[in-house]
Design a protein. Structure first.
Length: 150
């Protein structure tokens, strides 16, 4: 295992063991739920939006380290951003996770990355069956965003 692989593994385990924004929201918010029937992972998301900006977010659920870490990293990354920017981050994440993009991995040294810690999940592409685990939080987020009025 390279030092970069080890660093990525530590980032994923940190988010799994210490998930960010865990809980639920009170007050006006959108709620979305996602499941991965092939492995039983569950992901729940509460999203508060004001004037097209995500003002708060809470996550919960259960499942493997990949699905839960991906949700934690997502939650950490999108609060305070405009919905249009979050949709672009989601698009870039899904491209990064795409098997078809396997020959073009994200370069973690590249300046200006909008994915941050999320780039640690690109190694999941080596295990195609686990890609759905990493995508679960993002698919749930897309469902929540579709319920909002931008």
């Amino acid at each position: 295992m390279t030092s970069l692989d080890e660093l990525y593994r530590e980032v994923i385990l940190d988010h799994y063991r210490n998930p960010r924004r865990r809980g639920s929201l009170s007050g006006p918010h959108v709620h979305a739920e996602g499941q991965n029937p092939s492995c039983g992972d569950e992901f729940f998301l509460d999203l508060a939006v004001e004037d097209g900006v995500i003002t708060d977010l809470a996550i919960s659920g259960q499942g493997c380290s990949i699905s839960q870490a991906s949700g934690s990293m997502m939650a950490d990354n999108i609060v305070g951003k405009r919905i249009s920017d979050v949709r672009e981050i989601t698009r870039k994440f899904k491209i990064m996770m795409s098997i078809e993009d396997g020959d073009n991995p994200v370069d973690p040294e590249r300046p200006g990355s909008v994915l941050g810690d999320l780039e640690s999940l690109q190694g999941v592409r080596k295990f195609p069956v686990r890609i759905k685990c990493a995508d679960l939080a993002w698919t749930t987020l897309e469902d929540a965003l579709d319920q909002t009025t931008e």
